[in-house]
Design a protein around this ligand. Structure first.
Ligand code: BG6
Length: 479
């Protein structure tokens, strides 16, 4: 690559989510979330792991942020646990809950770390699920906006970057199609699209409300973008790519950026009787919000290959690899439309996630050409087994190789015309990997705990010192 100078104000950072790190699940007045309940169902998570303690960030945030400062991080993306602030999702506020996030923000600012807040990273207050079915009811839209506005009023003088929803595509697919996340429903396609419509409206109303109060604020959603490659130039496979993109990628990104659903995908859903009910006023609202968003948040982990799928072909209900035993996941698809075989050109992680640094450049270029929006890479990282040696070292050269290759592709994308504001690795410390327990590690900082528990001591991995140099050199020193 020709030499490329990163902008001086580029935000190098890391990201996390409340349920995966905070712990303190019932401490200081926090209410339960759907995840607090879901993890108790036998067989749902690897070895029955929960986030009850997680990595105890709630009690150790000062230590963690001091480590971020030592590393030199410019931004820290974290999420707010809605039920820590509103134990019942709405109504009475838990003062200790909002104080925690005020303290967290202040601690970041103390070290010059730009806080980036995600308002929703999957931990819906359980009370709202019980009251009206959570996202299945349009009632949630105003409850979400009220919650978001409360947080905004308290933190807006200190926080510039806001992410409304994390990976709407993932938590709704896993929650309503494959049933492996809460609320654990299987193949409820009609609910899936209606739920998504409610989330789009909650996002849109939040964007409009924030911008009305402060037009200078930077706001968008974070999408789990898996760019697709057609298996080959067989026209049937090329068409499967087009349909995959419309149904699995543009379905979300077009709404965020244009305020409209991809037409052919909508028509397909209408014919099947599973399209969401959408009013003209709602489309107007989505369009208004789309004209106001500042960036596309992208969580990038892997690309997808698409191939034609017969009508009696494989469905979405896949076997996921949650154990780290390579090759234990299965191909998924949409009968009659596409299936997603593995990519023979690429290697995979122990959890069968395809490793494709170039895909990050592809993602940035696609977003730039299609939406002409700045980009925040809000997540990118490698889940791997790490081994603690001598109680104080972890040689995670594989993570360095992975991240370095992705950063290079991001920089190439920037040199080719993409405007990227931030790059957040997933994650800063090791954390609970939802269904995969604690053995799938993502951090620069090792946390001494496994599925059964541990001391929770923090140990800096080799990648910690590597990322420190990357940031110090503003991306020049990647090895
Ligand atoms: C993203 C999520 O899907 O990927 C994170 O936003 C998650 O919350 C990350 O942890 C990695 O996924 P997993 O399943 O390996 O933890």
């Amino acid at each position: 690559m020709e030499s490329f100078n990163m902008p001086d104000d580029f935000l190098w950072g890391s990201a996390s989510a409340a349920y995966q790190i905070e712990g303190a699940h019932d401490v200081d007045g926090k209410g339960a979330s759907v995840w607090d309940e879901f993890v108790k169902i036998p067989g749902k998570t690897f070895k029955g792991t929960t986030g009850e303690v997680a990595v105890d960030h709630y009690h150790r945030f000062k230590e963690d942020i001091a480590l971020m400062a030592e590393l030199g991080m410019k931004t820290y993306r974290f999420s707010i646990a809605w039920s820590r602030v509103f134990p019942n999702g709405k109504g009475d506020v838990n003062p200790l809950g909002i104080h925690f996030y005020e303290d967290l923000v202040d601690e970041c600012l103390k070290y010059g770390i730009e806080p980036m807040i995600t308002l929703y990273h999957w931990d819906l207050p359980l009370a709202l699920e019980k009251a009206y079915g959570g996202w299945e009811s349009p009632q949630i839209i105003d409850d979400f906006v009220a919650y978001a506005l409360f947080i905004f009023e308290h933190l807006r003088s200190k926080v510039k970057y806001w992410i409304t929803i994390n990976e709407q595509n993932i938590f709704t697919s896993l929650g309503w199609l494959t049933g492996i996340h809460p609320p654990g429903k299987i193949d409820e396609q009609k609910s899936f699209y209606q739920v998504n419509h409610h989330i789009f409206l909650a996002h849109a109303k939040t964007v409009m409300a924030f911008k009305k109060i402060d037009p200078e604020v930077k706001i968008g959603a974070s999408f789990a973008y898996s760019p697709s490659y057609a298996m080959d130039c067989d026209p049937e496979n090329a068409m499967s790519k087009m349909d995959f993109d419309n149904l699995r990628n543009y379905w979300w990104m077009d709404v965020y950026a244009y305020g409209r659903y991809p037409k052919t995908a909508f028509s397909y859903l209408e014919k099947k009787g599973i399209a969401p009910v959408v009013t003209t006023d709602e489309i107007e609202m989505l369009k208004r919000a789309a004209s106001l968003i500042d960036f596309m948040g992208v969580n990038y982990y892997q690309t997808t290959v698409t191939e034609a799928n017969p009508l009696d072909g494989v469905g979405p209900n896949i076997k996921m690899n949650t154990t780290g035993k390579k090759g234990s996941s299965s191909v998924s698809g949409l009968p009659g439309i596409y299936k997603t075989p593995s990519n023979p050109y690429l290697s995979t992680t122990d959890w069968d996630w395809t490793i494709d640094p170039l895909g990050l450049r592809y993602a940035c270029k696609e977003i730039t050409s299609r939406y002409n929006l700045p980009i925040i890479i809000s997540e990118n990282g490698l889940g791997a087994f790490d081994t603690l040696q001598d109680e104080k070292t972890i040689h995670d050269d594989y993570r360095i190789t992975y991240l370095s290759a992705h950063i290079q592709e991001m920089m190439k994308a920037m040199s080719e015309g993409c405007e990227v504001w931030a790059y957040c690795t997933w994650s800063f410390t090791d954390l609970l990997s939802w269904l995969n327990g604690y053995q799938k590690r993502y951090g620069f900082v090792y946390v001494d705990r496994d599925e059964a528990g541990g001391s929770l001591d923090r140990v800096k991995k080799d990648s910690f010192y590597w990322y420190q140099k990357v940031i110090q050199s503003n991306g020049k020193n990647l090895m």
